[in-house]
Design a protein around this ligand. Structure first.
Ligand code: ADP
Ligand code: MG
Length: 240
């Protein structure tokens, strides 16, 4: 589904991604780990062109995102993204937060968009929060709403950038549960996280990044049990 070839990103003379190669198949849950500053967020942001790569290529269903003219809005509709800081619109109700993009970009009518939103809210256990404002919700609830908002566009891929890092510990589980369910339903996901339990349980592949490169990858249980690269060993010693 996604084929990344020699992906590079530099900010001025600072090379942040140094040639990332990865193919992601439909239904995979790729978990990305690595030290702070290793380029994990930049990699995700390049995938949906929130950042413009400075080298290499990304193909999505066989079509290059970087060569020729692409409809960036259509691409972003196919890739949902969830951030550490929920980025909900504070002056809009939960329902409005979720229906805004589908109304504008999916060309759903009001009734259709409301139904999509209410179905999603039910699925994440927050049906009763449709008319609440983000400020009235807990962090865990806000993040579940942010996931629902991304899903309302009916994406083919979901990108998560440390979705539980800003949460109080007791709220991490409810967000991971929503993500687990999504994975079980077959959603293709790329997840940057420090939640090693989630990586082990849900990840179909674990990627360790350092210095803007993929240093090591494999089945999560295998990488955890038997990391090959000294940097992976060093990192895992600190986090496990
Ligand atoms: P990670 O998510 O693994 O912590 P990032 O992708 O956020 O790493 O950052 C990788 C490097 O890129 C860091 O050194 C960071 O300072 C740099 N960087 C990220 N975004 C920008 C930006 N917009 N402008 C300049 N440098 C940036
Ligand atoms: Mg980051």
């Amino acid at each position: 589904m996604i084929n990344v070839k020699g992906l590079e990103k530099a900010y001025g003379s600072n090379k942040v991604l140094n040639g990332i190669d990865i193919e992601i198949a439909k239904g995979e849950v790729v978990v990305v780990i690595g030290p702070s500053g290793s380029g994990k967020s930049t990699f995700l942001r390049c995938l949906n062109l929130l950042e413009q790569p400075t080298g290499g290529d990304i193909e999505f269903d066989g079509i290059s995102l970087l060569k020729g003219k692409q409809d960036i809005n259509r691409l972003r509709q196919r890739m949902g993204m969830v951030f550490q800081q929920f980025n909900l619109f504070p002056h809009m109700t939960v329902l409005k937060n979720i229906t805004l993009a589908p109304l504008k970009l999916r060309k759903l009518n009001g009734e259709q968009a409301d139904k999509v939103a209410r179905d999603l809210l039910r699925r994440i256990g927050l049906a009763d929060k449709a008319d609440s404002f983000p400020g009235q919700l807990s962090g865990g609830q806000k993040q579940r709403i942010a996931i629902a908002r991304a899903l309302a566009m009916s994406p083919d891929v979901m990108l998560f950038d440390e979705p539980t890092s800003a949460l109080d510990p007791e709220m991490v589980g409810e967000v991971l549960d929503v993500m687990k369910e999504l994975a079980a339903e077959g959603m293709t996901m790329v997840v940057v996280t420090h939640e090693m339990g989630f990586a082990r349980e849900v990840g179909t592949r674990l990627i360790f990044m350092d210095g803007g490169k993929i240093v090591e990858q494999g089945k999560p249980a295998e990488v955890f049990a038997n990391p090959q690269h000294p940097r992976t060993q060093d990192f895992l010693r600190k986090v496990l």
